[in-house]
Design a protein around this ligand. Structure first.
Ligand SMILES: Nc1ncnc2c1ncn2[C@@H]1O[C@H](COP(=O)(O)OP(=O)(O)O)[C@@H](O)[C@H]1O
Ligand SMILES: [Mg+2]
Length: 395
């Protein structure tokens, strides 16, 4: 065969033309994409779900309604429904013991794994939603320049997020506190620090600052930057990029607890081994420079995207149990089938209204995240209690 027919040479001019075509198509997709997301709204909550969230029975609920001190909801036909803020008000009334005690500060949880596609972002946003349904005020910090968590909150990272509204200014050193970047979201009681591709600049800024000033501690920038937010929120959840970047190191250093989503398959297990190797090297390094040792209050390994029918996963599951022992949560997030609903694809299991078709497809994953939120809440309360104890001792 004539080689001229098989070789399809591509010049830089061709590539420039192709880049133009791709961005033109992206432009079209964006207008279509924006339409459903801009209308993003939180789900309405039925009475059954509200009773569950408050952990009360129907008669208690009816009695409390008669007192008229809590929102009375809206009648939809003969069913009573509650908006998200109304439901949160009810939950708070019944869960006073579970809320952040006076004097305690926000517990910071970083979701990390160097591998992409393991459900970091899905888990970070689902946990924020689940915990806010338990009455907590949550800040989500998106530190992945790809901005997937930002997208789940209905913002398009490239088009709608200005670099000044990301954590970049903090890492560059223009700001000392992350407060400037906090914005509210469609979900009551979850605020967001969004991300955009510009955030990648932090990977040059941080080592640059370290080179110019040997006393600079690049790994502490986020931790210090969150201090003011720790007083305003109950829980801070950080979503990280799939790399051991300078920003990821900051996220790990600033965390009270780590969550590592891990699908039970061989390749993901192998890459999790690298995560801990690199992490251990890093800890030794920082320990030497820092004197004081970093202590995590908890590390949770969360089996994610688990396929029930997958026989290979049971072998890998054994490796995971052997390697991570009691860090492995007694909860697995099952793999869900993708629904055709656009709203479901740009959201999490908490965005689909209960009772809808999508909700039925997602119910096992929703139950699993609910159970993890309950467990996580216990871990968070333990950290708050510890904080309060040490405050008392200091007095
Ligand atoms: N339980 C699940 N079942 C099915 N798909 C999932 C599940 N969790 C996450 N996904 C999908 O897997 C892909 C990667 O998830 P994502 O949370 O973005 O991972 P990461 O942040 O680790 O890269 C996304 O398309 C997401 O919708
Ligand atoms: Mg992600």
């Amino acid at each position: 065969m004539d080689y001229r027919q098989t070789i399809k040479s591509v010049s830089l001019t061709d590539i420039q033309a192709q880049a133009k075509r791709v961005s033109a198509i992206m432009g079209e997709i964006k207008t279509v994409m924006l339409a459903p997301i801009q209308k993003k709204s939180p789900p309405v909550i039925g009475t059954g779900e509200l009773l569950n969230l408050c952990n009360i029975d129907r008669s208690k609920h009816i009695y409390r309604l008669s007192l008229k001190d809590l929102p009375s909801g809206n009648l939809n036909g003969n069913r009573r429904e509650w908006t998200l803020p109304e439901a949160q008000e009810w939950v708070k009334a019944y869960k006073a013991d579970y809320l952040k005690p006076k004097g305690a500060s926000a517990v910071t949880i970083t979701v990390a794994n160097f591998k992409g596609g393991v459900a970091k972002t899905t888990s970070a946003v689902s946990l924020a939603q689940g915990l806010s349904l338990k009455g907590h005020k949550v800040l989500v910090v998106d530190l992945d320049p790809q901005g997937s968590a930002t997208t789940l909150f209905g913002l398009i990272p490239d088009a709608e997020v200005n670099s000044d509204s990301t954590a970049l200014s903090l890492f560059v050193g223009e700001e000392d506190s992350l407060d400037y970047a906090i914005q509210s979201t469609y979900w009551n009681n979850i605020d967001l620090v969004p991300a955009s591709p510009a955030l990648f600049g932090a990977e040059f800024a941080l080592p640059g600052r370290q080179t110019r000033d040997s006393g600079f501690e690049f790994w502490k920038v986020l931790d210090l930057g969150l201090d003011s937010a720790r007083l305003k929120y109950d829980i801070i959840i950080i979503d990280t990029p799939p790399a051991l970047s300078y920003v990821t190191i900051n996220s790990i250093y600033g965390a009270d607890g780590l969550v590592m989503p891990l699908p039970p398959n061989a390749l993901d297990f192998a890459s999790s081994a690298q995560f801990w190797d690199l992490f251990a090297d890093l800890s030794v390094n920082l320990h030497e420079r820092n004197k004081e040792e970093k202590v995590f209050e908890f590390i949770d390994v969360l089996l994610s995207r688990v396929e029930a029918s997958d026989t290979a996963s049971s072998v890998v599951r054994q490796w995971i149990m052997e390697a991570y022992g009691d860090k492995v949560l007694p909860i697995e997030i099952p793999k869900t089938t993708v629904t055709s609903s656009a709203a479901a694809q740009f959201g999490t299991v908490y965005d689909v209204p209960k009772g809808s078709m999508a909700a039925k497809t997602y119910s096992r994953a929703r139950d699993a995240y609910d159970r993890y939120c309950t467990l996580l809440e216990e871990q968070i309360r333990a950290v708050w209690n510890k904080q309060v104890e040490s405050l008392k001792e200091a007095k």
